[in-house]
Write a protein that binds this ligand. Structure first.
Ligand code: MD3
Ligand code: FE
Length: 212
């Protein structure tokens, strides 16, 4: 039983342009996990290289028409998986429906993502403060789905040096970032050790974007 479902409104305004829908993914946990397994069969977890040649700490894959990649040449979206040279696996219907529903609850009527970056955090993994600016159209929101171990998001401002706020997220929580929040710096604190009943010792984040 999740008591917070009863003493908090389902849709919470966290900051201008930041909407949290606690537990929105819980009723579709099984379809989401099945779809993640299908994506991983075609496009397994990999550590991408930073433009400087370091391994990124977060293990990633993608699905949908476009996937985010990083290598010595830089950051970009592309239609093919650099490992297989095949198109990224299709965006699963359960993913598309959840992203659309979350965006709608946040006030975006017609969110049709063309990219889903899937991030895997093992305990100790963090994501340093950055902006998402490789997409074409910043009027489109980003939808993020947290699964598995809990994490603390860092929400900064429009400048790297702005003070950050901490936002704890758990399995099933869905966030929508748009409008004035779209270019805010953000990151993830190191994920604490733990075991999630469905996912074990990992956190998975689905990040939906309109990239092209
Ligand atoms: C806030 N992923 O993949 S998603 C990323 O939990 C990324 O894996 C994190 O940041 C994760 O780029 C956070 C949440 C997120 C995404 C985009 C944002 C937060 C954002 C854009 C603006 C402000
Ligand atoms: Fe990001």
């Amino acid at each position: 039983m999740n008591a917070s479902l009863f003493d908090e409104p389902a849709v919470q305004a966290i900051a201008p342009g930041v909407t949290l829908v606690r537990g929105l993914a819980l009723p579709v946990e099984k379809p989401l996990l099945d779809a993640i397994a299908t994506v991983l069969d075609a496009a397994p977890w990999r550590q991408m290289q930073t433009p400087g040649g370091q391994n990124m700490a977060v293990w990633m894959t993608n699905c949908g028409p476009l996937g985010w990649v990083s290598d010595r040449a830089g950051y970009r979206y592309q239609a093919s998986d650099p490992i297989s040279a095949l198109p990224w696996p299709a965006l699963p219907a359960a993913f598309a429906a959840l992203a659309h529903e979350a965006a709608e609850q946040a006030g975006y009527a017609d969110f049709t993502p063309d990219a889903c970056l899937v991030n895997r955090y093992l305990p100790g993994t963090r994501l340093s403060l950055h902006q998402d600016r490789d997409e074409q159209d910043f009027t489109q929101p980003i939808v993020s789905v947290s699964l598995g171990l809990p994490a603390v998001f860092l929400l900064g401002g429009l400048s790297r040096s702005d003070k950050t706020a901490r936002l704890p997220l758990s399995h099933g929580d869905v966030l929508v970032w748009g409008g004035p929040a779209r270019l805010r710096f953000h990151g993830v604190m190191p994920v604490a050790e733990g075991q999630h009943p469905a996912l074990g010792a990992m956190r998975i984040n689905l990040t939906f974007r309109k990239a092209g």
